[in-house]
Ligand binder design. Sequence first.
Ligand SMILES: C[S@@+](CC[C@H](N)C(=O)[O-])C[C@H]1O[C@@H](n2cnc3c(N)ncnc32)[C@H](O)[C@@H]1O
Length: 213
Amino acid sequence: MEPNRARARELAAESRITGDPTGWFEQLYQEQEQGQKVVPWADLGTNPSLLEFAGAGKKALAVGCGFGDDAQQLAAWGFETTAFDVSPSAIRACQRRFPESAVEYVAADVLAPPEEWTGRFDFVLEVYTLQVLPPELRPGAIRSLAGFLKKSGTILLIARGREENDPEGSMPWPLTRRELDAFAALGLREKSFEDYFDKESPPVRRFRATYVK
Ligand SMILES: C[S@@+](CC[C@H](N)C(=O)[O-])C[C@H]1O[C@@H](n2cnc3c(N)ncnc32)[C@H](O)[C@@H]1O
């Protein structure tokens, strides 16, 4: 048995007998502080399972990225991130705001995206872009979003939501669940669907959904 674990087990057993079953952790960390390498779980690095759960080794695409904050977050979580917006000025603003960024910022149109993005991404983030497109353009945009995914990849969509029989409203137009059924029609599985009011003042009804290819 490796010595580190042996010392931890010894202390754990003693602690248990004396009726203080978690008291040994402090003792263990004190011994480590004194230079004995006794903490068996001290890899002193991020847990590989955590990295895998986040983005390490995975490619993400941020759609209609605006000023880039969500794309930056994806990169901070470890995703190899591409972010695009139809507005070249928005993309220049991202590049100015985050000059050292690992994110690749690109001016592109979700309705006519670069061909090489097809089937390339593990994770696609769509926040508030479908809702600024007039209804007749959304099916094409949804086709693009689904097309970006690799097999087993996930889309996370966050948008305003409404009932089918609610007024259509004005831009940004809330989406209906039926519009989002288009993902299923393209062969994606709805993995989660939340319908909630956010914390804005006044609160706004949102849909937050994930779809898996
Ligand atoms: C409401 S903003 C949301 C921006 C960002 N996702 C956020 O949450 O801050 C919608 C964004 O979609 C972009 N956009 C609109 N039509 C687009 C299209 N056809 N292709 C790519 N981006 C588009 C706009 O330029 C704008 O930055």
